[in-house]
Write a protein that binds this ligand. Sequence first.
Ligand SMILES: [Fe+2]
Length: 287
Amino acid sequence: MKETVKDFFDKDTWTLTYVVHDAGTRDAVIIDPVWDYDPAASSMSVHSAEKVLAYVKEQGLTVHYILETHAHADHVSGSQILKQHLPGARIGIGANITAVQKVFKGIFNLDPDFPTDGRQFDLLLRDGQTLQAGTLKIETIFTPGHTPACASYIIGESVFVGDAIFMPDYGTGRCDFPAGSAAELYDSVHGRLYKLPDHYRLYVGHDYMPGGRPLAFQCTVAEQKRSNIQLKEDTTRDQFISFRQKRDATLNTPRLLLPSVQINIDAGHLPPPEPNGIAYLKIPIRK
Ligand SMILES: [Fe+2]
């Protein structure tokens, strides 16, 4: 099996969505889709999902799974939109999503019956679990730190790492969200991703095009170990933890954090509509 990877870049949130397929059989999975949200108008649109669906149709792909690397805090997941059009596809996420649901249920004071056992997702993936999407084999490895539920997906020699690590000139994912951990991120990247074969390609969940360089979204394990500006092969755990904590203290809250997290911990569902037919999000006010 040789995996074919197609990237889709959402300029509004700097997010990469991937469609991975086996060129021989057309079996496919979608990783980290986007549902476009305009916070000023509080309106949603589906142009990102439509691009993915057009590609799936044009290539004649059978999508078996829609996989989330984590509950994103910077864009709304397009998984439910895609699932409506791909009824055979099941939505999967790392099983530790339950920890994220519990934390944010409290933060948002969600309805007491909001489930925190992950049942909103079709599939809760365990560390080391292998999924078979037709002829496409997907191995899940847990890579927590950015969030406690982060997972990476290995398909052939391609690895979809979400926000654990970015391109070498940008560094790593922030670790200051509730239940995030710089120590865990170090262990995930240095202890797991950097132990993969040097020629494996890591596909990142975002690219911020530092310094105005063109979009880039994949590089080899060897290249990351040699040149990631925040975490190289010879970076120690203590060095990384102290760097990451200092850096995180300077970062702003992501623009779409509040809407994104509320929807994403509910597997991409909007809250149920109120009697007037309109769905509302909750926005806590901090004093
Ligand atoms: Fe993220």
